[in-house]
Design a protein around this ligand. Sequence first.
Ligand code: 8X3
Length: 252
Amino acid sequence: MTKTVLITGASSGFGRATAIELDSAGYQLVLLARRKDKLAELADSLNAKPHIIQADITERETLTTALQNLPGSFKHIDVLINNAGLALGVEPTQNSRWEDWQTMISTNCAGLASMTHLLVPQMIERNRGQIINVGSTAGLHAYKGGNVYGASKAFVDHFSMSLRADLLGTKVRVTNLIPGLVEGTEFSQVRYHGDEQSASQIYDHCKPLQPDDIARSIRWVIEQPEHMNVNRLEVMPTCQASAGLAVHKDTA
Ligand code: 8X3
């Protein structure tokens, strides 16, 4: 039976790459994002016509209405890919912008929780379903300037494992998919507030992952047998690793 997959943040980056990957494998797609023109362009390039939802995942009422009005053949969501999320800023806490923190919390935490809260009941009712949350290595490995971004992704990890606990006894599966350094998305441009030079320097002199690598990982998670739950899948480029703990020495 063809699975229906809903992808948030589908208009670019991991979401777009995952849509292309899953469309080529014959999945039926519901694509959700804020940018309608990008969604329409993506939809036109796919083999099968997806259902498109133009929405901001921080707007609960819009989401509720859109999900209540899914057309017949798209009504039952088998896989929710909670991909929408962003990082804003790399400054330490004392220099961070409060508005950036609020946006990250409302998108990465509240938006993801909202989508999950709206779709879990129908998955439980059908005793079938899968939720793949896109976390980040920043949620597992703290670094300077990561502050609220890292914390929001730590939320994704703990929320995913808490969902597993709540869903035990059902056939609904949950995964935290944890990417490290990935080039080829708008992630760094957004994080650096449009400072293209700083954004691109992150990827200099190394070979980061590409959105396709994440899309294939997501497809792999979906295609594991029903008795197998991938709790976490952490994926880094070979050129990246944890660099240990920092120690400040008072030498002055
Ligand atoms: C992105 C990974 O290392 O840029 O989620 O924070 S990192």
